[in-house]
Design a protein around this ligand. Structure first.
Ligand SMILES: Cc1cc2nc3c(=O)[nH]c(=O)nc-3n(C[C@H](O)[C@H](O)[C@H](O)COP(=O)(O)OP(=O)(O)OC[C@H]3O[C@@H](n4cnc5c(N)ncnc54)[C@H](O)[C@@H]3O)c2cc1C
Length: 333
């Protein structure tokens, strides 16, 4: 019941952290309340630029083309960095397989962490002791709550539209959605179509109505049984608090601009594992990622301040710039 490191949550962040610790001398306990890892609401879409996320040809789909729409105008972009979609369960089982020979990692599923204490955690199956604790338990993190750090939440909600689809779409309408957007991410057997929004710009019931209107306009039949929604915490306030660390959504590492967080979860998980092993580690990739996330987050603030007509012009300009390979490389899209 005593471990050098306990990681609460086996999402992409927790699994990446355990993977990095696997070669070390530390005994590690990785806990998750779920019986099937990866079964959380998600668009399951990343960009090829996000190289930290492990992907295997067998379980991903790649798309070079994407339609970007702004109200009536739309452009088709041929991406230098393709869009990738996958099932979160496939990513989780891939990450889990990487741990199977790690003798010092204990992975327990179906274990709910109920309380954090200095030096130990309580679960529905007993108490465990730690030297270092890593909070990798997502946007409603119990570890973050123990540290009394507030969340700032955006939301993603989506429908699964069954059938085969092959158009990746991003749809903007600042008049109705503010800085949010609608995505279409085709998966193997369904299209994941959702809306990303922040409650300070758009109420949840209005966001859902906008999403449904979009689906009707695009002639997609939808059903409430295929509807899912979950929060995304983007409030980064630090990652080390004595012997307690926060990674992934628990640490507020998701991008406020587009809600993507899988890549930053993997990067933060890997980097914190290195820090735990060596307190002098410089963590440059982590610092670079935080810098770029915070610059992106600030864009949302600027976006909210500019008048609507200028916002539209701004998005149109980005759409045009994005046709050029140089801007595809540097823009955080
Ligand atoms: C609707 C939606 C769509 C999204 N689409 C995308 C996308 O297309 N691309 C992208 O990059 N990002 C997307 N995101 C964001 C992405 O899902 C998160 O950033 C990512 O999952 C964060 O990974 P994580 O490991 O930090 O947390 P999570 O994936 O949330 O994993 C946390 C784990 O902790 C476990 N856990 C939680 N509490 C406890 C507890 N008390 N005891 C034990 N276990 C616990 C959970 O079961 C879970 O397995 C989306 C988010 C939402 C909500």
């Amino acid at each position: 019941m005593d471990f050098d490191v306990i990681i609460v949550g086996a999402g992409p962040a927790g699994l990446a952290c355990a993977r990095e610790l696997a070669g070390s001398a530390f005994s590690v306990l990785l806990l998750d309340k779920a019986s099937v890892l990866g079964s959380k609401p998600c668009g399951g879409g990343i960009c090829e630029k996000e190289v930290a996320v492990p992907c295997e040809a067998a379980w991903v789909k790649k798309f070079a083309k994407q339609i970007i729409s702004l109200g009536q105008s739309s452009v088709t972009i041929n991406h230098r960095y393709k869009r990738i979609t996958f099932e979160r369960e496939d990513l989780a089982s891939y990450q889990e397989r990487l741990l199977q020979d790690a003798k010092k990692i204990t992975l327990l599923k179906n274990v709910l962490v109920t309380e954090i204490l200095p030096g130990s955690i309580a679960t529905d199956q007993g108490r465990y002791h730690y030297n270092d604790l890593v909070g990798a338990d997502g946007s409603a993190s119990i570890v973050r709550a123990y540290l009394q750090l507030p969340n700032k939440l955006a939301w993603g909600m989506y429908y699964r539209i069954w059938g085969t689809h092959d158009e990746v779409v991003a749809y903007y309408d600042p008049r109705t959605m503010g800085p949010g957007y609608i995505w279409e991410f085709p998966h193997a057997t369904y299209n994941n179509i959702g809306i990303y929004f922040e409650p300070c710009f758009l109420e949840a019931n209005k966001a859902k109505a906008i999403l449904q209107k979009y689906l009707r306009k695009r002639n997609y039949p939808f059903d409430e049984k295929d509807f899912l929604a979950a929060p995304i915490n983007y409030n980064y306030m630090g990652h080390q608090f004595g012997n307690i660390y926060l990674i992934g959504d628990a640490g507020g590492f998701a991008c406020r601009m587009h809600g993507g967080g899988i890549s930053n979860a993997v990067i933060s998980g890997t980097e914190i594992a290195k820090l735990i092993q060596d307190a002098r580690y410089t963590a440059k990739p982590l610092k670079d990622m935080i810098h770029s996330k915070q610059s992106c987050d600030r864009l949302v603030e600027y976006f909210a301040m500019i008048p609507l007509w200028l916002t539209k012009g701004f998005i149109l300009m980005i759409m045009q710039l994005y046709r050029m390979p140089f801007f595809q490389k540097i823009l955080p899209l």
